[in-house]
Design a protein around this ligand. Structure first.
Ligand SMILES: CC(C)(COP(=O)(O)OP(=O)(O)OC[C@H]1O[C@@H](n2cnc3c(N)ncnc32)[C@H](O)[C@@H]1OP(=O)(O)O)[C@@H](O)C(=O)NCCC(=O)NCCS
Length: 194
């Protein structure tokens, strides 16, 4: 399994270290969340190569995802305002195993698109819920007013997740991809500690 550094050694100057946090799973396992850095590119490429078809299809809506150098740079070289990704990893020594990744990227001056993937063996632990809640709060604080998301109509897990987080859409029957959105809040009291 490819290993990821729990603490990036030389993060970019604008790296938002305040977004690093622990996450305790219901079974007591402690995970670590931190913003993605350019040095994660190699690990991310290895994770893509190791991911199962169902996971890739659910996330990217295509069975064969072509991860080009440009795309890899796009996914890891972030400005942390219009494009931000949070990686979740195991805790254990200096290097850890990747568990999940959630990101948002601005589509317009007002709207960001969110996306999330959790490794199959770590699902149903509340990781996606927590990551999306974090992304909603961070994007709201950054001044965006809505978050959009898309998932396959057959993806019951994503549908339940997004609905429970207040996303809604106008689904058409026989639609393959469902588009949903929700408003963000910039109210510091509602944002809580991110
Ligand atoms: C969708 C996905 C991100 C959910 O991740 P997760 O960490 O397992 O989700 P959580 O544990 O936070 O679940 C939060 C809620 O989502 C819903 N949910 C999650 N998995 C579900 C499933 N298999 N069936 C039904 N509902 C599900 C539930 O409402 C759940 O709340 P509950 O556990 O209190 O009932 C994960 O299944 C995944 O990575 N799938 C592949 C990629 C993908 O589909 N991404 C979405 C499109 S970008």
């Amino acid at each position: 399994m490819p290993l990821i550094r729990q603490h990036p050694t030389s993060p970019p100057d604008n790296y938002p270290a305040e977004l690093e946090q622990e996450l305790r799973l219901p079974d007591g396992e402690v995970l670590w969340i931190r913003p993605v850095v350019p040095a994660d590119a190699e690990v991310l490429a290895a994770e893509f190569a190791a991911a199962d078809d169902e996971t890739l299809y659910s996330r990217f809506f295509t069975p064969s995802f072509d991860l080009t150098e440009d795309r890899l740079r796009y996914l890891t070289e972030l400005d942390y305002t219009t494009h931000l990704a949070l990686a979740v990893m195991t805790v254990g020594g200096d290097e850890s195993e990747g568990v999940a990744i959630g990101r948002y990227a601005a589509r317009t001056a007002d709207d960001v698109e969110g996306a999330i993937v959790v490794k199959p063996e770590y699902r149903r632990n509340g990781i996606a819920r927590l990551l999306v809640e974090r992304l909603l709060a961070i994007a709201g604080r950054a001044g965006f007013s809505t978050m959009s998301a898309s998932y396959l109509a057959e993806n019951a897990a994503a549908a339940r997740l997004m609905e429970s987080l207040g996303f809604s859409g106008d689904p058409f029957e026989d639609e393959v991809v469902v588009d949903v959105a929700r408003r963000l809040t910039t109210d510091p009291a509602a944002i809580g500690s991110v």
